[in-house]
Design a protein. Structure first.
Length: 334
């Protein structure tokens, strides 16, 4: 671990501005605008779009519901930004001729419709693969222990342990991929730039460079907390289900029992995401011993999902953050 990553950050305030690493770039989301900054042929290509503001008191702003809405919105925005960075990256300079199928789709549903379809399909596949790998697979594996273990709590702990092992193995494998090293370096630049901004320092390369690349409000931390909260929610909910429907207990060990419990837990996933969002929101607004313990595992995982950026990457991070700063000072505070 880099020595600077162990140093406390002189944080003066907490911002709601957050981002995502892209291909040779960074996407930042502010309270009023989104920005995609990509380095193309040595220059920073910056695109800024206004964000749709939800009216105060709307259902989408209610506790728990806002977590689900925000999660899906961030997935769609993230995929769009990633696709845009791929278009702008130097590797994409040589455009391939569109296939006959692409031309047919564009003719039938139009360019905008095709883009929406691609984004929708990408989000669906991304979420589907995540659910399959990190939730469905652990449920199936732990389900085989039903015939020997009668304790619902133990089964859910085994499931959670399998889920954590798969998640950590996935992170470690991805972090070793050569193609991901630069993406993770841009991830580090994103964190460092936000750290510098929250420290109240001018956004210069020198000031950003000295910041830690770890940040408690990172998406990696969010995913890790989702998995921890899922153990608690699944244990309580499945125990209640077995109490309310005692006939289920008699089916334990059979295929139908496993199938019912898997479907039941998958239906609980939106609630798990909603609860996790509220916990992260609270932890993001508070800084005490409990919140530091809560965010510590996610901070540790960032040692594998972030790399130290070079100065050119830091410049991209600075451009992205400056582009989404609100007109009214303090409007982005948690």
């Amino acid at each position: 671990m880099n020595n600077q990553d162990t140093q406390p950050c002189c944080e003066k305030f907490k911002t709601s501005i957050g981002g995502q690493a892209l291909i040779e770039g960074i996407m930042m989301r502010g309270p009023e605008k989104d920005a995609v900054a990509v380095r193309t042929n040595g220059e920073i290509n910056l695109e800024v779009t206004p964000r749709k503001q939800r009216p105060k008191g709307s259902v989408a702003t209610w506790p728990l519901i806002r977590g689900i809405v925000t999660f899906f919105d961030s997935q769609v925005t993230g995929v769009k930004a990633l696709m845009r960075s791929a278009d702008l990256s130097p590797e994409e300079d040589a455009q391939e001729e569109p296939s006959k199928f692409d031309l047919w789709l564009e003719e039938k549903i139009g360019t905008e419709g095709l883009q929406k379809a691609v984004v929708g399909f990408s989000v669906f596949m991304g979420l589907g693969l995540s659910i399959l790998l990190f939730f469905l697979l652990p449920m199936v594996i732990s389900g085989f222990f039903d015939q020997w273990i009668r304790s619902n709590l133990v089964i859910n702990l085994i499931e959670g342990l399998v889920r954590m092992v798969i998640f950590m193995a996935y992170i470690l494998l991805v972090s070793r991929m050569k193609e991901m090293k630069r993406v993770f370096a841009y991830h580090g630049a994103e964190h460092k730039t936000i750290r510098c901004y929250e420290a109240g320092l001018p956004l210069t390369v020198e000031n950003v460079r000295m910041q830690t690349r770890l940040h408690p409000r990172c998406g990696t931390s969010f995913l890790l907390v989702v998995m921890i909260i899922s153990i608690l929610v699944f244990s309580i909910a499945s125990s209640l289900a077995l109490t309310v429907f005692p006939a289920l207990e008699a089916m334990r060990g059979g295929f139908l029992f496993r199938l019912i419990m898997i479907i039941f837990k998958l239906l609980l996933l939106p609630f798990v995401v909603a609860v996790t969002y509220e916990i992260n929101r609270w932890a993001g607004r508070n800084d005490n011993k409990f919140t530091r313990i809560l965010t510590a595992p996610g901070m540790w995982m960032q040692n594998f999902t972030t790399n130290e950026p070079d100065d050119s990457m830091i410049e991209v991070g600075i451009a992205a953050v400056q582009a989404v700063l609100p007109q009214e000072e303090g409007a982005d505070r948690w």
